[in-house]
Design a binder for this molecule. Structure first.
Ligand code: GDD
Ligand code: MG
Length: 342
C-alpha cells in the first residue's frame, strides 16, 4: 500500500526558514517534520511517494542518508501542481487504495484504525477530521451522524462554515478518485476534487480521532508544536549534541553545536543548529535560524531570525522577521497551492 506525502509548496507562512529549506525538513524536536509523519505510518504502508518540487534536492539527500523502513520514491513535479495535481502526478505508483498526507501536520490520528473505518464504511474516500474554534484557514465539512460527509468547503468565511469540523490533512482514497483529476494541471484537491467526489459517489466519509492535532503551517504554530511536545514528553527543554549552554532554557528546543552565553534566558523558543547567542540576551517566543549570531544584550520577543543572520549587540526587536539576504529566485510573494482561485 502506498502513502503520498504532499511535501511540495513553498511554505511561505514559514518564511524566512523556508527561504533556505523545504518546509517538511524544518526540525521539530531536532528531527525533520516529515520524519515525525513517517513514524505514524501503519505497517500496511510499504511505499512512500514524496510529492515534491521546491528544494527537492534537500529532501532526496535526507532520505538517501536516513532509512525510514519503507521504500521511498521522490516524485518531483515539473512545477507545483497543487494538492490535487501532485496526487495525480503520482498515479503511476498507485496499486490500490492509498493514503495522501499533508506534510505539515503533527497529530495522533491512528492511520491503521482509519483503514478499518474506511473498509467498514466501504468508502470511496475517507478524510481525517478535527474540531477547531476558528475554521476559516481550513477545509470544513458537513457530516451526518453516520460519518458521511455531504459538503466540503475550503477556507470558508466563518458565516459560511457548515460546522467546526475541519479537514485534518490525512486522506484514504480509492484509486477511482484519481479519475477526477486532470493530469498536468494545477489542481486543488480540496477546492476542486473533494466536492465532485462527494456529489458523484455519496461515499465520502470523515474519520474523527482523539488526542492532539497541530497544523505546523506558520511560525506561531511551529513554536507551539515544540512547547506542546516538550510538555507531553515531560521535558522542560531539549538540547542537541555539542552545545555550550551557560544561560537558562525554559520550554525551548536547541539544535546541535549551539552556544548560549551567561545570564541569557531562552523561553518558548526554537534555536537551530550552530546558532551563537551572546551574554545577557533575552529570547521569548522566537525561532533563531542556523548559524545566526545574536549579540550580547539583545532582547527579542516574537521574532523569526533567518539562517546566517547577525544581530548586533543590544538589538531590541518585537513581532518581526529578520532577513537581509536575497530571496531565492522563484519564491512566491504569496501563498499558492490549495488557495488556487482566490
Ligand atoms: N507536491 C506538492 N505540490 N505539495 C503541495 C503543493 C504543490 O503544489 N501545494 C501544497 N502542497 C503541500 C503542502 O506542503 C502541505 O503539506 C499540503 O500540501 C497542504 O498545503 P498547505 O499549503 O499547507 O495547505 P493549508 O494548510 O492552507 O490547508 C490544507 O491543510 C489544512 C489542515 O492543515 C488543506 O488541506 C485544508 O483543507 C486543511 O484543513
Ligand atoms: Mg498547511
Amino acid at each position: 500500500m502506498e502513502a503520498i506525502i504532499l511535501s511540495g509548496g513553498f511554505g511561505t507562512r514559514l518564511r524566512p526558514f523556508t527561504y533556505t529549506r523545504a518546509k517538511s525538513l524544518l526540525p521539530i524536536l531536532n528531527e525533520p517534520m516529515i520524519f515525525h509523519l513517517m513514524k505514524t505510518l501503519p505497517k500496511a504502508v510499504d511505499t512512500v511517494v514524496l510529492a515534491v518540487n521546491y528544494r527537492r534536492d534537500q529532501i532526496e539527500e535526507f532520505f538517501c542518508s536516513h532509512d525510514c523502513g519503507k521504500t521511498v520514491i521522490v516524485n518531483e513535479e515539473p512545477q507545483p501542481l497543487g494538492t490535487g495535481g501532485a496526487v495525480k502526478f503520482a498515479d503511476q505508483f498507485i496499486t490500490g487504495r492509498f493514503f495522501v498526507l499533508n506534510a505539515d501536520i503533527i497529530c495522533s490520528a491512528n492511520l491503521a484504525e482509519m483503514i478499518r473505518y474506511h473498509d467498514k464504511k466501504k468508502a470511496v474516500a475517507t478524510i481525517s477530521l478535527w474540531p477547531v474554534e476558528h475554521v476559516s484557514e481550513f477545509g470544513v465539512v458537513d457530516i451526518t451522524d453516520e460519518g458521511k460527509i455531504t459538503k466540503f468547503v475550503e477556507k470558508p468565511k466563518p458565516e459560511d462554515a457548515p460546522s467546526n469540523l475541519i479537514n485534518a490533512g490525512a486522506y484514504l482514497l480509492e484509486p477511482q478518485v484519481l479519475n477526477y483529476i486532470e493530469p498536468g494541471k494545477l489542481v486543488s484537491m480540496e477546492k476542486e476534487i473533494f466536492p465532485q467526489v462527494i456529489d458523484n459517489t455519496d461515499r465520502f466519509y470523515g474519520y474523527q480521532f482523539k488526542g492532539h492535532w497541530i497544523d505546523v503551517g506558520r511560525i506561531s504554530s511551529y513554536i507551539h508544536v515544540h512547547t506542546f511536545l516538550l510538555e507531553q514528553h515531560k521535558k522542560p527543554f531539549l538540547t542537541g549534541e555539542d552545545c555550550t549552554i551557560h544561560g537558562t532554557l525554559r520550554r525551548s528546543c536547541v539544535g546541535q553545536k549551539v552556544h548560549i552565553g551567561a545570564q541569557s534566558t531562552i523561553i518558548s523558543s526554537v534555536i537551530f543548529d550552530s546558532a551563537r547567542i551572546g551574554k545577557h540576551v533575552s529570547v521569548d517566543n522566537c525561532v533563531l535560524g542556523e548559524h545566526c549570531e545574536i549579540g550580547d544584550g539583545c532582547n527579542l520577543k516574537n521574532v523569526a531570525v533567518g539562517d546566517n543572520e547577525t544581530l548586533p549587540e543590544g538589538t531590541i526587536l518585537e513581532n518581526t522577521m529578520v532577513w537581509h539576504q536575497p530571496i531565492p529566485a522563484g519564491y512566491p510573494q504569496k501563498q499558492i497551492g490549495n488557495v488556487i482561485g482566490e
